[in-house]
Design a protein around this ligand. Structure first.
Ligand code: HEC
Length: 129
């Protein structure tokens, strides 16, 4: 009986962790974010600056940006970028470009890397508040 109870609470703990906030471990890997840095510099930095502080386009870090996206699924940010950016050629980048770029943007907003790459399907996790 006792063993069953422990088993159940362990399973619940795992479930809660899987659905938990990104603050623990982000839905992207360190390697993916590093790859995204190069891609960001190629496709986004001309308007958002390499440090994401903003230029022609708004800043992609800092309080304003976080306030806008905090608590929403990362997928919303991913879809926005996929459909609207780069502003001069929206929709021109495939998943293999978008996923690392989103990973890089998350890493620049203080989200810690995890051990799996971000994909379209894993992007349902929340952007941290
Ligand atoms: C030619 C300039 C330009 C390029 C290149 C560009 N952007 Fe933008 N971006 C903008 C402008 C201008 C806005 C503000 C208007 C809007 O939101 O549509 C914007 C808005 C954004 C936003 C929303 C910001 C917010 O406050 O929520 C995100 C996220 C973003 N861009 C990401 C990217 C990414 C990632 C890339 C590269 C794939 C990229 N942008 C490339 C000009 C650009």
């Amino acid at each position: 009986m006792r063993v069953t109870t422990i088993g159940a609470s362990l399973a619940l703990g795992t479930l809660m962790f899987a659905g938990g906030a990104l603050a623990d471990a982000g839905p992207f890997s360190q390697k993916q974010a590093e790859d995204g840095k190069t891609k960001f510099n190629n496709h986004c930095a001309q308007c958002h600056r390499p440090n994401l502080a903003g230029g022609t386009g708004p800043a992609l870090t800092g309080d304003e940006f976080k306030k806008k996206w905090a608590g929403k699924p990362v997928a919303e940010l991913r879809t926005f970028i996929h459909e609207k950016m780069p502003q001069t050629a929206p929709g021109s980048l495939g998943d293999d470009q978008i996923d690392p770029i989103v990973a890089f943007v998350l890493s620049k907003n203080g989200v810690q890397p995890g051990d799996k790459d971000l994909t379209k399907d894993s992007a349902s996790a929340q952007f941290p508040k």
